[in-house]
Design a protein around this ligand. Structure first.
Ligand code: DGY
Length: 327
């Protein structure tokens, strides 16, 4: 009799041809349609699984771990992993992995695109045009803010933040950044960015872009107090995680003219968008798509597959997945 193959759960429809690589080693349980799970359904899906390939939608915490006695590895398709309780997984001896690097440039491209759309009011102008408001060319229609020659503040100077800084030098922007730890001088020189304190970043930026990981410490870091320190002509762009911004405080600032505009790709309670933000004209809203080019999404899934195969002890990197998340 042949040994049953370990079971892996693939939580969402990804790319079948990439996922097929899992079938060389495992019994794969997957879903054909985009699925929304309750915590109990996630526990049930994990109850007989040795491994799981999940997206940021699926939260795995103590309750799911307790229901999953055979679980040995969780491969997250994404660089951010605030959907996973890493300390709890680590205590249970379960390896968790993510997909850094492969999405850096695509996400930085999008961050820059969102910054431009926000500063130059591109989506607002398009809506206005489609609604039939354009009667004649006018000198003062949809006046926005310049990127070139302005000061860009980047909060969170990891790989994606650095990618944004490189793009900014092509626009002759002055780049300030703040990060948990200061970058080595050689990297600062290469990306042409100057380190400043948090408050100086807020006060100095004409455009502030958030690219930091979400953690307890970054929850509502951009709150009413922080927004008050920003220039009223400034724009705020968030491609990190929604929970970093207090959305009600942001809506107050935007509605009250204390901030010019915001570009948001991420939200605190996705897929629900704060109705106050939906009602404002000076906000560009996108549905968490910063890493969403076809090539990059395929690369993310492929890397997550490599991670899962290796974490479960198969393939050329058996036992040494490329991207373990350290607790
Ligand atoms: C990530 O990778 O964390 C993105 O937010 C989802 O692609």
């Amino acid at each position: 009799m042949t040994e049953p193959r370990p079971r892996v759960w693939v939580s969402q429809p990804l790319f079948d041809d990439v996922i097929a690589r899992l079938e060389e080693h495992f019994e794969v349980v997957s879903t054909s349609g985009v699925a929304e799970y309750t915590p109990e359904q996630i526990s049930a899906a994990l109850s007989k699984a040795s491994g799981a390939l999940v997206t940021l939608n699926e939260r795995i915490g103590a309750e799911q771990i307790a229901a999953a006695p055979q679980l040995r590895a969780v491969a997250n398709v994404g660089v951010g992993y605030n959907n996973l309780d890493i300390p709890a997984l680590s205590r249970a001896g379960i390896i968790a992995t993510n997909t850094p690097d492969v999405l850096t440039e695509t996400t930085a491209d999008f961050g820059f695109a969102l910054l431009m759309a926000t500063a130059r009011r591109i989506t607002e102008a398009e809506r206005w045009l489609r609604e039939g408001h354009w009667r004649q060319w006018s000198f003062r229609t949809m006046l926005g803010a310049d990127l070139h020659g302005s000061t860009l503040g980047i909060l969170g100077m990891g790989r994606i933040g650095q990618g944004i800084a490189r793009r900014a030098s092509g626009f002759d922007m002055r780049v300030l950044y703040h990060n948990r730890s200061r970058l080595p001088e050689a990297v600062e020189r290469e990306v042409r960015a100057s380190y400043v304190g948090f408050d100086a970043l807020l006060a100095g930026a004409d455009h502030l872009l958030l690219a930091l990981p979400y953690a307890k410490e970054s929850h509502h870091l951009i709150d009413a107090r922080a927004l008050l320190q920003m220039k009223p002509i400034a724009t705020l762009v968030n491609i990190a995680r929604g929970g970093i911004v207090d959305e009600d405080a942001l809506a107050d600032a935007l509605a009250g003219g204390r901030l010019a505009a915001a570009g948001l790709d991420v939200f605190e309670d996705e897929p629900t968008v704060n109705p106050r933000l939906l009602a404002l004209r000076n906000v560009v809203l996108t549905p968490h798509i910063a890493s969403g080019s076809l090539a990059t999404r395929r690369a993310m899934v492929s890397l997550a597959v490599d991670n899962l195969i290796a974490a479960l002890g198969y393939g050329p990197n058996a036992g040494a997945p490329p991207n373990p998340i350290r607790a």
